[in-house]
Each structure stands twice: as structure tokens, then as C-alpha cells.
Design a protein around this ligand. Sequence first.
Ligand SMILES: O=C(O)CCC(=O)C(=O)O
Length: 257
Amino acid sequence: MFEFSAEQVSKFREDGFVTVPNLLSSEEVARLNERTDAILAGQVQFPKEFIHLEPEQANSPVALIDRPLVVRKISNLATRDSVFFGLLKHPNVIQTVTAVLGPDVKLLNDQMLCKPARYGSAKPYHQDSPYWPIQPMELMTMWIALDDATLENGCLRYLRGSHKKGPLEHDERLGHHRMPQGWRDLPDSPEEVAVPIPAGSAICHHSLVLHETKPNTTWNRRRGLSVVFMRATSRWTADSPAPKFYQVAGQSHPGCV
Ligand SMILES: O=C(O)CCC(=O)C(=O)O
């Protein structure tokens, strides 16, 4: 029987991340993976603008023949696809997000992060919150492994406790990635923890914890679904009007997201 315990909540608060074993069954993982392949093969309707290729492969003939070899990211699956939408109602997901964020929770966004076999590239150290116009910066990313995430194929790596540094300026660029100054070649640090997890398990991380993934050096892709949740009392800070955010649990609050 699944349980997200008080110890896991404390670990999340202290370290900035915590593993969630057996969030999904192997059947549920297989169903999501079959659906992803059906979307990529065009057997299921899905807007093309939400499917992003590895930048250096965008014009390669491989992109026309075998999309799973070149797709890097698929955005907005949870709110646009009926099978992925089921995750937002999944009792284990609801139990976990409400344990960390409280009873009133909304979805900010979600994306499937694929690291294609052999050349799937690194994502350098960064915090998530500086990318989003949401205050306070206390959101939670649930990264669900849809393949075993290993040291070799680019599992998540964290700097334990780094969410307590507060938001850092992300003013250095590496390709299309943004990261804090001086974090490109991080010296070995005892706080750095690699977190391999099997398919169906997840990691929940605080939106200010520093994290990265290394390249995929194996012959198989590595898929992970990154789903971002926020308290329904959060505020939208951009000048543009706030989008309508999906209510995952509890109730909404006037003047908030
Ligand atoms: O999956 C990856 O390669 C990067 C994940 C990440 O940075 C995130 O989910 O915030």
C-alpha cells in the first residue's frame, strides 16, 4: 500500500528533494509509454508545437523516420491528453502533493523530458523557480521516471539543501540553457547527490534546489515526466494576464493563481 510519510515530508523540507518509491505500477508506466509512442507516431492527435527535438537533430533525416530517437521534450501532456490527465487524479499523486503543499493545489505545467539514446544532452545545474513568474518560490516538481533513471543515462543530481540559498540570478547561458554564474563546472561537492530511481518511482524537489542531469551515454532513451505543482494561494507576478491553471486538489483563492 502506497504511503507518502511524514519523514518524507521532513526530508523534502531539509534536503530540497525526496524519493517517492512505487508511485505508479509497471502497468501504469507501460500505458503512459505506449501513449507517448502513439503521440510521436502521429496515431494520437497532439499539437506539434509542444513537441521539441534535440536542437542539433532538428534538420536531420532521422527526425522524419524515427521520432523517438530525436525528441527531447513534449510539453503540456497532462492537460491535453486524456491518458496523461489521469495522473492529475491519481490517488498516490494527490496524497504526495497535498502532503507537501497543503490541501489547495494547482498545476503549473508539465513536460516529458526525453534524453535520446547516445547523444541526449546534459541539462546544467539550475533552479526551477527563476524560470516562472510565481511567488512565493515554493513550488514542487514531481519527476516521474518512465524508464529506469540511472547514472549512465542521466538521472537527476541534486545539491542537498541548496534550496535554502534562495533564488540565484540565472544569467549564464549554455546553448538554450540558463544557469547561475559559475555553475558550469561545479567542483566536486559532498552535497552533490545522484539519485537513480526505477521506472514508476518519482523524486519530488523544491523549486529552488539546484539540480542537473548529465548526458545519456546508453543505447536507450531516458524518459521522465516532470510535473510542477503550486499552492493555490500562489501569486502570478508577470505583466501578462495569468493563464487558467488546473485545480489539482482543494479550492481556489481570490486574487491568486
Ligand atoms: O530530466 C531532465 O533531464 C531535467 C529535469 C529537470 O531539470 C526538471 O525536471 O526540473
